[in-house]
Design a protein around this ligand. Structure first.
Ligand code: CDP
Length: 232
């Protein structure tokens, strides 16, 4: 979609807990606005996958500073919906449950956050981006013109994740277990020392438990249009 002349190019930061609908909302919104979508969770997942592939996870757990070696020559890039780690398409692999289980640990490490924050700020330099994650409105782009905080009941979020896994095929976890894992990840993300998950005071909170995807996208889209036009 073309960017209309005369409109402000803004940054839209969408934060919130796991499976609250951030990525679906962000992706559709970006398409409607003609903006670029950046999935920062995919970046943390990529670093986690790299640690698993290199077999260094236990070493990093013992001496967290050793994670820096993974970051020295890492490249993470996007091409539409595809995610590339060091030049290889890892779009499917980064959604593996074994990555989901370890990603909060890797994301809690300061060198990882610093490196990815720099990459994210560079990716958003031209503005006209929708970026989703945990700390986009609070740390990466505290000056984002529109900050959204999406929440939903844990059970509802577990059901969504379950439906996603069902659609993909393969092994299905127990839904109660899925809910426990989601709650555990929320706890780890909210309690960590560096850039914890929290709502920026200016962020608009939207509870998506009972909203359709269409409705939640529409709500954010309308807010974005008002800001682009300067009426908000
Ligand atoms: O899709 P889902 O909400 O399950 O997770 P994600 O957005 O792919 O993020 C995976 C994990 O990466 C989160 O649980 C956080 O631990 C971490 N993350 C983060 O720390 N900061 C971000 N900006 C994005 C993700």
């Amino acid at each position: 979609m073309k960017q209309e002349i005369g409109k402000k190019r803004i940054i839209i930061a969408i934060d919130g807990p796991a499976a609250s609908g951030k990525s679906t909302t962000a992706r559709r919104l970006a398409r409607q606005l003609g903006y670029t979508y950046i999935d920062t969770g995919a970046m943390y997942r990529s670093v986690t996958l790299k640690a698993l592939q290199k077999g260094v996870l236990e070493d990093v757990r013992r001496s967290p500073e050793s994670v820096s070696a993974l970051l020295d020559d890492i490249t993470i890039s996007f091409d539409g919906d595809l995610v590339f780690l060091d030049g290889r398409d890892v779009t499917a692999e980064i959604r593996d449950n074994r990555v989901s289980r370890e990603v909060s640990f890797i994301s809690s490490l300061k060198p990882v956050r610093e490196r990815l924050r720099e990459m994210q700020q560079e990716l958003g330099r031209q503005r006209a981006v929708v970026m989703d994650g945990r700390d986009i409105g609070t740390v990466v782009f505290p000056d984002a013109e529109l900050k959204i905080f999406l929440v939903a009941e844990p059970r509802e979020r577990a059901k969504r994740r379950y439906a996603e896994l069902l659609a993909k095929g393969g092994e299905l976890p127990d839904i109660d277990l899925l809910e426990d894992e989601i709650k555990e990840r929320d706890r780890a993300d909210a309690e960590r020392e560096h850039a914890p998950l929290k709502k920026h005071p200016e962020a608009v909170e939207i509870d998506t438990s009972e909203l359709t995807i269409e409705r939640q996208v529409e709500m954010v889209y309308n807010l974005a249009l008002e800001i682009e036009k300067g009426s908000r």
